[in-house]
Write a protein that binds this ligand. Structure first.
Ligand code: AMP
Ligand code: GLY
Length: 439
């Protein structure tokens, strides 16, 4: 059977408003629609995959979003991307008595400010690379000279994933420092920088739902950030993801939960900014020890896509419990065994300049494939046709009884979808498949 888009039984009562327009938001809406407590899901602004439930407001258009939520009876809002969190969407909704899932603006500093998050980690003994904070370029260069290379130079504020520059030579470090602190290429986001030790290991995404006190972990996932196979080329928002991650032992998961997630939630509570919402720790594993590279205060994209395919539990009660502060009463989430994999199909040129408006074919055929779900990202309707409308276009996601099967099925579906200039990686899951010995 192909996946149902949520014909569930029981009392349907809640409207859910999902803010954002990516594959993550399509996947969240798809999953929430299956909840017996959800009557309707709206997406704002959404994409062609969420076409019948879209309302037209941008994710940062808080006034319009608030007036929509006020008019809709019993509306529960779920925020996808970081920008609205950074400008205080949760605080604004709550002031109006509206229910919304996500961190307050003060708690979202964990993502919005690398300086805040690194200093917070130091205060609470959360493992992370050694670092310094600078607003003076000469002092920053002196630090690199005295501590040695390689180093990573990071813009303090939000920089759409482009704010971390890996520097192998002093010249590269000088150039990065100049670009950020002197030439202000990142605007005020770059008024301060973090310089930290380069860590050599592999990255995993540890994502949990928090209610200020408790962390309920999601299944582990790993994304593929670089544009080309073998992790080559520029960083992107993510070219694919899979779940679970077989390289990560139970012991390592426990270490991340205890040393990173729980210390963060306890620390935020102690400091008077209880953390509610999604806490996403980007972890570098070095010699089987976790180091925190960064925090995000939102679900991962594309990690959410395979996670939603594997999630057996109803998502809505967990999101509501996060808001209400009673996550502990729900216990852990349940997951389908086996694995899920997501292959991102992108426009030619992404993450640089790309064209829009290319007709996408094959979606109807793929919609009939069992265990496959195509979550849309940069797509739009043009008349009756679905056309490309962004850099990351489609998230072709599949379930399998093991990772190899999930990956093969996702690629079978990818092969049936066509648009001019489609680019995708051919090696999603390669590390895990090699780790499993090709299983
Ligand atoms: P961030 O903006 O902190 O998420 O960093 C973006 C990417 O840069 C990460 O996903 C890593 O691939 C890389 N990176 C960041 N910090 C470090 C570090 N200390 N050592 C090695 N790679 C890093
Ligand atoms: N996949 C990386 C992110 O969501 O930030």
């Amino acid at each position: 059977m192909p996946f149902s888009d949520g014909l569930s039984v029981g009392m349907k009562k809640r409207s859910v408003l999902v803010i954002g327009s990516g594959g993550r938001e399509h996947a969240l809406g798809w999953k929430l629609r299956q909840s017996p407590d959800v009557e309707k899901v709206f997406h704002s602004p959404g994409n062609a995959g969420t076409e019948n439930s879209n309302i037209p407001f941008k994710a940062t258009n808080l006034d319009e979003l608030i007036s929509f939520a006020e008019k809709e009876e019993d509306c529960f809002t779920v925020v996808g991307p970081e920008d609205p969190l950074a400008i205080g969407i949760v605080d604004r909704f709550q002031t109006k008595g509206l229910r919304i899932f996500g961190p307050s603006q003060a708690a979202a500093q964990l993502e919005n400010s690398k300086v805040f998050s690194k200093q917070f980690m130091a205060r609470h003994n959360i493992p992370t690379a050694e670092f310094g904070v600078f607003d003076n370029p000469d002092a920053a260069v002196d630090y690199v000279k005295s501590k040695g290379l390689p180093k990573v130079v990071k813009v303090d504020g939000l920089a759409a994933g482009k704010g971390s520059i890996i520097c192998h030579t002093l010249e590269e470090a000088r150039d990065a420092i100049q670009r950020i602190l002197v030439r202000s290429e990142f605007g005020h986001a770059g008024d301060r920088i973090v310089i930290e030790d380069f860590l050599n290991g592999y990255e995993v995404s540890y994502i949990g739902i928090c209610d200020g006190k408790t962390v309920t972990p999601l299944a582990m996932a790993q994304d593929h950030k670089r544009i080309f196979d073998g992790d080559q080329g520029q960083n992107t928002g993510g070219m694919g993801a899979y779940s679970p991650v077989p390289m990560v032992s139970e012991k390592l998961q426990e270490a991340i939960l205890e040393k990173v997630m729980k210390r963060t939630v306890n620390g935020m509570q102690e400091e008077g900014h209880p953390f509610k919402g999604v806490l996403y720790a980007g972890i570098m594993v070095v010699d089987d020890e976790p180091y925190t590279l960064e925090f995000n205060c939102r679900f991962g994209d594309p990690e959410t896509q395979p996670q939603m395919l594997r999630m057996k539990s109803d998502l809505l009660p967990y999101l509501e419990a996060s808001v209400d502060g009673n996550l502990a009463s729900l216990g852990p989430m349940e997951w389908k065994s086996g694995a899920a994999a997501c292959v991102v199909m992108a426009s030619r040129g992404y993450p640089g300049v790309y064209e829009r408006g290319k007709v996408i074919r094959g979606l109807d055929e793929v919609a009939t494939m069992p265990d496959v779900k195509v979550f849309h990202a940069g797509t739009a309707m043009r008349g009756n046709e679905v056309v490309t409308n962004g850099g990351r276009v489609l998230n072709v996601t599949a379930l399998g009884s093991n990772l190899r099967e999930a990956v093969e099925l996702a690629y079978l579906a990818v092969g049936r979808i066509r648009f001019d200039g489609a680019h995708y990686r051919r090696d999603i899951g390669y590390r895990a498949i090699a780790h499993l010995g090709g299983v």
